[in-house]
Design a protein around this ligand. Sequence first.
Ligand SMILES: [Mg+2]
Length: 365
Amino acid sequence: MKITDVRACQPVTPTSPDDWRTSIGQILVAVDTDTGVTGYGVGGGGFAGIHVVRTVLRDLLLGKDPSHIESLWQEMFDSTLAYGQKGLVLMAISGVDLALWDLRGRAENTSVCDLLGGTKLNRLPTYITVWDNDAMDEVAASPHQGFKLHLGGQVPEEDGSTEKFADRVADQLRRARSAIGPDRELMADAWMKWNLEETQAVIARVSDLNLSWLEEPLPVHDEAGYAELVQNSPVPIAGGEHEYTSAGFRRLAEQRLHTVLQPDVCWLGGMTELIRVYEIAAEFGLRVCPHRGAELWSLPAIAALDNGQCDPLAESGRPWMSWVAGQPLIEDGFVDVPDRPGFGVEIDEAAITAYPTPSYDEWRK
Ligand SMILES: [Mg+2]
């Protein structure tokens, strides 16, 4: 089997959010072969990611045997070293890598989950993310296994002092715990908006709330801050949705910067790298809860590779990406792992033409 084309586009639906999640947003990658089988993947990087796929990665892959995924991944990484290694280029490589895994499954008429050794769990428990306490009150009766309060929109400076800020956040988390009860998992996400002092002040006030994790409290580059936090925090510290490659996750593990790893398979480098992150997590005894884990791209890894330290949790996905069909629904707090060939994704290329990739001039409007 040989690769005959590598294509990329960014379908933009009417409900796509008006922020970086659209302008630098998720791209569809298709890898065509001379057998007529096409594999599909989703990566990121928007217009820039499409450019990387259509130029460098396509040129590198044309005529190659798509079954050597690991060596093709290394070739893609090495050929983009000068401007890649992290960020948009790895998002683009992720889409190609996932398309190659989808292709392998379709060509062998087997699911990616079976390619990874088969599922240990057919149904995975899910958690839901909400942005304020009123929303938490509304979803508290839903059957999700976990609930995450997103605090990233809150600016500590508005409270006037670190103590007042920490008191307010602690009150919000206390109210959330009381809404969902003592038995289900509660998490908080600060989306890199706090400093070390603010984070420690919050943690000191919520150690009795049995938080499963505090996510990305500090900017991702504050390694000294994360090292100090993890050493002293009774609350597990989570992160990784903005980390790239398994080498990046190995550094997080070796330097003990996080206790819960949250790789995004559509960003960090694809399934090839997510498999390695699970190996690193097993080596260091860390929990893995993939970012956007309930999307079909991560489900095979969660089902087949979770180290069994604790229940896997899959985060609810991105509903505006309606062009990715075949996505299993979250029902009664669980999501099923697809057993169709590849990732079980269904792409209607004719329908996607209704959501064409905007031109550069259209982005500027
Ligand atoms: Mg997050």
